[in-house]
Design a protein around this ligand. Structure first.
Ligand code: ATP
Length: 473
């Protein structure tokens, strides 16, 4: 069992523990270096920790620390609000992780949710047979599979679903699966939601939840893990209107990625070729992001035809159809799916936001480059840093009064120790968009903007309206 995580990020985590300040570098950050820096920052500042760290870690499992939790929460809320408030035809849903095992027979996961697996007979490393070209062997110095002369086994199919048992007896009849995707919970509830929320076609159902895949080669930090969260929306449409809806959602989803602040030039579509398309799918596009390790999928937009509902009709014996008043007949709707990984987008946000600059002013008196996470303000885990200039002359009391007023509305980062330069640096690294300094000037404070480092003097009585405007931009 590969419980222990011996892959490179663990070493980076260990190294970063010894680091007092980020590695000294100039403006240009090489790709692999950038990834290492992001991983190091995640541990140092409490975004992401390796799971079960005191036991040496658990391969490909991660825990979100205080800042990571806030960022993830903001991301999930943003996605669900965007889905259900900007599109009135979309309803939210939260289904169970464990579902009737027949669901996975109907969906095709029991028979087909497999990857081809090969083992190296020499070092016992395991690879996906369809990804041998890009796979690296964990042995040092790292080689490609086969390069060491070690013979590979014949490929065998490996089902990616995690199995467990329901009830006290571990026997075949009580096997249940940890869901490998959240979509099936939506399909089997589609009539429930449609009738209880009085929706008519076209309408959608959005769900955020955990999914589990026993990936053969997880990796690239949280990019591919065995436990992850998905944010999926399934849109039910009348056949004939399906391609129009597919085009709409393809465009709309890209707009969402822009709206969370991702760099436009690093986003693109990848259309599935006939070879890549699932046999039932009419069309599919991925939205890809250019990570330091290459262009990779972050979201899939799939035209799933009526495959899923028809399969569930057949396996459950229940009709999953909609009555059409015009033709006085029933039909099975088509489904357009948008499926995005929450953890994967969170990693994308971190990579995209990470920046280093040899700055002047606003904390530049500190040594080394300024490390800054340039999150879009509405997603930033902490919104405002409050920094009393000194711990005397009534400044902490004034700062506390401001803190008490603002904390009702914003997640506040309060920091009163160390030089003001160091405190700006800490806030920049956590991605806090605004730093408010309470100084000797009575009745007003300075507000420093994270990205431009521009400083405004703002009257204490106008703080609420200042931030209201700032966070609307
Ligand atoms: P990939 O080709 O990367 O394995 P996929 O095509 O199997 O992904 P889907 O089944 O379409 O992915 O899942 C939708 C989304 O869920 C993906 O775009 C990705 O963001 C996320 N996702 C899928 N597998 C994982 C994983 N193992 N770890 C983290 N996120 C994942």
């Amino acid at each position: 069992m590969d419980f222990i995580d011996d892959w490179p990020w663990t070493n980076i985590f260990k190294k970063c523990e010894k680091m007092k300040s980020p590695m000294a570098v100039q403006n240009i950050i090489s790709s692999s270096e950038k990834m290492q820096k992001v991983v190091s920052l995640c541990k140092r500042r409490g975004f992401i920790y390796p799971s079960s760290e005191v036991y040496g870690g658990l391969n490909s499992c991660y825990d979100y620390g205080p800042l990571g939790y806030e960022l993830k929460n903001n991301l999930k809320q943003n996605w669900m609000n965007w889905m259900t408030r900007e599109h009135e035809s979309i309803e939210p849903l939260d289904t169970s992780i464990l579902m009737h095992p027949k669901i996975w027979e109907a969906s095709g996961h029991v028979a087909n949710f497999t990857d081809p697996l090969v083992d190296c007979k020499t070092c016992k490393a395991r690879f996906r047979a369809d990804q041998l070209d890009t796979a690296a062997c964990g042995q040092r110095p790292s080689k490609h599979p086969n390069e060491c002369g070690g013979e590979l086994t014949e490929p065998r199919l490996f089902n990616l679903m995690f199995k467990t048992f329901m009830g006290p007896v571990e026997e075949g009849s009580s096997v249940v699966y940890l869901r490998p995707e959240t979509a099936q919970g939506i399909y089997v509830n589609f009539l429930n939601v449609m009738t209880t929320s009085r929706q008519k076609l076209p309408f959608g159902i959005a769900q955020i939840g955990k999914a589990f895949r026993n990936e053969i080669t997880p990796g690239n930090f949280t990019f591919r893990t065995r436990e992850f969260e998905q944010m999926e929306m399934q849109y039910f449409v009348k056949p004939g209107t399906d391609m129009e809806s597919f085009e709409y959602w393809k465009e709309r989803r890209m707009q969402w990625h822009y709206s969370i602040g991702l760099t436009k030039e690093r986003l693109r579509y990848h259309q599935h070729s006939a070879k890549e398309l699932a046999h039932y799918a009419k069309a599919a596009f991925d939205i890809q992001y250019e990570f330091p390790f290459g262009w990779q999928e972050i979201e899939g937009i799939h035209h799933r035809s009526d495959f899923d509902l028809k399969q569930h009709e057949q396996f459950s014996g229940k009709k999953l159809q909609v009555f059409d008043e015009a033709s006085k007949s029933s039909f099975v709707p088509y489904i357009i799916e948008t499926s995005v990984g929450c953890d994967r987008v969170l990693l994308t946000l971190l990579v995209d936001a990470y920046d280093e600059e040899a700055s002047t002013g606003g904390g530049a008196e500190e040594e080394g480059p300024r490390v800054v996470l340039r999150f879009a303000p509405h997603l930033a885990p902490m919104k405002i840093a409050i920094l009393p200039l000194m711990k005397k002359e009534g400044l902490p009391e004034r700062a506390d009064k401001i803190y008490q007023a603002l904390k009702k509305r914003y997640r506040i980062y309060y920091d009163e120790s160390g030089s003001i330069g160091k405190r700006y640096r800490r806030a920049d690294e956590a991605g806090v968009p605004f730093a408010l300094t309470v100084d000797m000037e009575p009745g007003s404070v300075t507000i420093r903007q994270r990205d431009s480092m521009k400083q405004d003097r703002v009257s204490e009585t106008e703080l609420e309206s200042y931030f209201e405007k700032a966070f609307q931009l």
